[in-house]
Design a protein. Structure first.
Length: 750
């Protein structure tokens, strides 16, 4: 292996180390081939690599270990409890006995291919490239030691008799099993100093007898139907079952006696009495390796080189349009969420998450249910576009980050890049947990593999075909679960609700339509294939530097290109109507949206955006320093077809501008000035303005009992259009302070 590693390029070595999760120091010299070989052969490193294997890769790897067991006998396992193949977690227990060296248990390459067929050739090549199968002396194959120790579990077989028997029973119970099997008894004398040696010889006899395949088959041929039925359940695996035929052996720690058979299952009792089923604790019993292997006989090793093929249906001509509409809607929902939180930041609970009232208010503002609202909130938060912020009054609220303004100025395609990349790599099914609410910590280890399996399944469908709709026999959820079992068989089966939520999210984001992947869906899958999920909580495509990660940079670039092709270009003109509304069909360009937001109020969102003009909205623009003439010119410059403004809108702007500034609020303590004496008199006698405590001290001057800010708010609430004036007499342009939270954008892993 050292020689093979020495032949690889530094880039390939780095990729291999990253795939195994081995520690790397940026800029440090690469590890020597000898050191890297030791790391790659380590149990934790191997199990990490196995977690991403698909079914044929795992079957081929298992087949090498299984053939080694046939040729060289079973190796002692490193599992001391009935936990099954816990799969990919670290090995924390000390192994039983010396670990076998890979070179001691070689398997001829020809034997493996004879068992699995020629389709195993490319699979074997991939395993060699990942250093999971080690080519030795040309035509001999070896696998790391941990595979030999876990070969039985990978095949659904139990642990060897040599490991289970002495742990399950003491000498007296072993003698009872021997008598039941008809083996000659050994002298029994507990005071004999050679008693331990006698027990060892007894164990050897039992292991030899139960390890004779032909004798074992003859024994099982005499078994009662209940025992045969139980064996049929255990032989395919897993080899453990809950039983009631054992009782703790008094005076021992962890050893058992066979119970009276009158109150237990006769099949369990028959097998246990003959040592074919051994207690392992926790009320469980295990079928030993030798028993399972012998009774399976010459059953071919399983090999499934092709993924499951689900039923499909032809796509309609509307499929591209549906995908485009979904992507455009997604960009609009995300914009609306961020704009809403910027205007009215929702409160955060001390225990985490949004306050219930604010969560409902956001859902209402987005015109969606709370599950879908959680999707948009969590995508924005994990893309570093939303973050908590401590307000001046001490409350904690959710605000857009400083990255939001640049995001808002981008095209819809550019806006979706970080959000879709975030969806791909975040370990959470956002719309799945109804009790968790938004902003929960993403910690679901099955979410990203499930997401990838769903996309892989759709990507593998024939061109022009989509995943079939639900029927009486099956549903898309079943097909995705089957695909995940093929893509990553070591993962537990996902919750059907999580599968359904994942498919629904892909549709919402425009990644799939009519059961088929869109070009954007293919690009997101490419991001996952490039290893983007390994870097979470950093999100490639949401801001981190990709200069040291060319594969990720290419994947993000393809996602951007796919979105640009899928989304229509932003609209740069508006249609003004006589009812004082402006209509933009599609998503408005950032400059157009900024102009209309400044002078009108958004009335509706969706495939078209509607703004409504009114005296208050026009005054808002004038308060912010807009010149009436320039405002009209700016609106006409973006009018659809180059038309002039409708008369009602032109009159509204002119009338509002004529009354704007007739009242001037001076920033002393505080007074109102106006050249219109009648207006000053009107203000002094207005009941609506009584809370301001206005007092006329000259024909054109009023004093107030409140601050300038309160005076401005009171006058505007009563329908007037004042402006703020400095003590020097110059008009002050009022600008609402912009609050932004600080984003925490982690860097990519080395």
């Amino acid at each position: 292996m050292t020689a093979w590693l020495g032949s690889l390029t530094p880039e390939r070595l780095a990729a291999l180390a990253a795939q195994r999760g081995l520690p790397q120091v940026p800029g440090a010299a690469p590890a020597t081939p000898e050191h890297l070989a030791t790391q790659l052969l380590g149990a934790n490193s191997v199990l990490t690599a196995m977690s991403s294997l698909n079914r044929p890769e795992l079957q081929t790897l298992t087949a090498v270990a299984a053939l080694a067991a046939r040729l060289h006998g079973p190796a002692a396992t490193d599992q001391h409890g009935p936990v099954g193949f816990a799969g990919t977690g670290p090995v924390r227990r000390a192994p039983a006995g010396r670990a076998p060296e890979p070179g001691e248990r070689l398997v001829p390459r020809a034997l493996l291919l004879a068992e699995l067929g020629p389709a195993a050739e490319p699979v074997l090549a991939r395993l060699v490239a990942q250093a999971l199968v080690l080519p030795v002396a040309g035509e001999q194959l070896a696998v790391p030691a941990v595979l030999h120790r876990r070969a039985a579990e990978l095949q659904g077989l139990g642990r060897p008799l040599a490991q289970l028997l002495p742990a399950a029973h003491r000498a007296a119970e072993l003698r009872r099993i021997a008598r039941t099997l008809g083996l000659p008894d050994l002298p029994q004398d507990a005071s004999d100093p050679l008693a331990d040696q006698q027990t060892a010889r007894l164990l050897e006899r039992l292991i030899a007898a139960l390890g004779e395949a032909e004798r074992l088959r003859r024994l099982v041929a005499q078994a009662p139907p209940e025992a045969v039925e139980l064996l049929d359940v255990l032989l395919p695996g897993p080899p453990r079952v809950r039983v009631g035929c054992f009782a703790p052996d008094p005076g021992t720690h962890g050893k058992y006696l066979l119970s009276d058979g009158s109150s237990v299952d006769p099949g369990e009792h028959w097998l246990a009495a003959r040592g074919l089923l051994l207690p392992v604790g926790g009320g469980l019993a295990e079928l030993p390796y030798e028993i399972g292997a012998a009774l399976r006989g010459d059953t071919p090793l399983p090999f499934t080189p092709t993924p499951p093929a689900p039923p499909t249906h032809p796509l309609t001509s509307r499929q591209p349009g549906r995908a485009q509409a979904a992507a455009a809607e997604a960009a609009g929902r995300a914009e609306l969420l961020l704009r809403t939180t910027a205007a009215e930041p929702p409160a955060l609970r001390r225990t985490g998450g949004l306050a219930v009232r604010d969560a409902k208010a956001l859902a209402k503002a987005l015109a969606t249910d709370e599950r879908e609202t959680r999707l948009w909130i969590d995508l924005a938060a994990n893309a570093a576009l939303l973050a908590p912020h401590r307000m001046p009054d001490g409350t904690l609220r959710l605000l857009p980050t400083e990255r939001y303004d640049a995001w808002l100025a981008a095209t819809p395609a550019e806006r979706l890049v970080p959000l879709l990349a975030t969806w791909a790599v975040t370990p959470a099914v956002f719309t799945r947990s109804p009790e968790g609410g938004a902003l929960a910590t993403p910690d679901d280890p099955t979410a990203v593999p499930l997401r990838r399996s769903a996309l892989e399944l759709l990507a593998a469908l024939p061109p022009g075909r989509g995943l079939a709709a639900p029927s009486a026999e099956t549903t898309p959820v079943h097909h995705v679960r089957d695909a995940l079992a093929w893509q990553q068989p070591l993962l537990p089966a996902p919750d059907p609700a999580a599968v359904a939520a994942t498919l629904a999210e892909a549709d919402l984001l425009g990644l799939a339509a009519e059961g088929a992947l869109t070009p954007t869906g293919h690009a997101v899958l490419g991001l996952l294939r490039a290893g983007a999920a390994r870097h979470f909580p950093a999100v490639p495509g949401a801001g981190p530097d990709l200069s040291r990660h060319p594969a990720l940079a290419e994947a993000v670039s393809r996602l951007r290109e796919a979105l640009t092709g899928q989304l229509p270009p932003p609209q740069r003109t508006a249609r003004y109507q006589a009812d004082l509304t402006a209509l933009v069909a599609g998503r408005p360009a950032p400059a157009l949206a900024e102009l209309l937001d400044a002078v009108a109020d958004r009335e509706s969102e969706g495939q078209a955006v509607v703004w409504r003009f009114g005296p208050a909205s026009v005054r808002r623009a004038l308060d912010a320093g807009a010149d009436p003439v320039e405002l009209v010119a700016g609106l006409e410059a973006v009018a659809e077809g180059g038309h002039r403004l409708p008369q009602p809108l032109a009159y509204l702007i002119a009338d509002t501008a004529r009354t704007h500034g007739r009242i001037r609020v001076v920033e002393t303590a505080c007074c109102l000035c106006s050249t219109d004496e009648a207006l000053v008199l009107e203000l002094a006698h207005s009941r609506a303005l009584a809370p301001l405590g206005l007092r006329r001290i000259a024909p054109t001057v009023l004093l107030t009992a409140v601050s300038a800010a309160e005076t401005l708010a009171g006058l505007r609430a009563a329908g007037y259009a004042p402006v703020l004036e400095a003590g020097t007499g110059t008009t002050l342009v009022e600008r609402t302070p912009v609050l932004r939270s600080t984003s925490q954008l982690p860097e990519l892993r080395p």
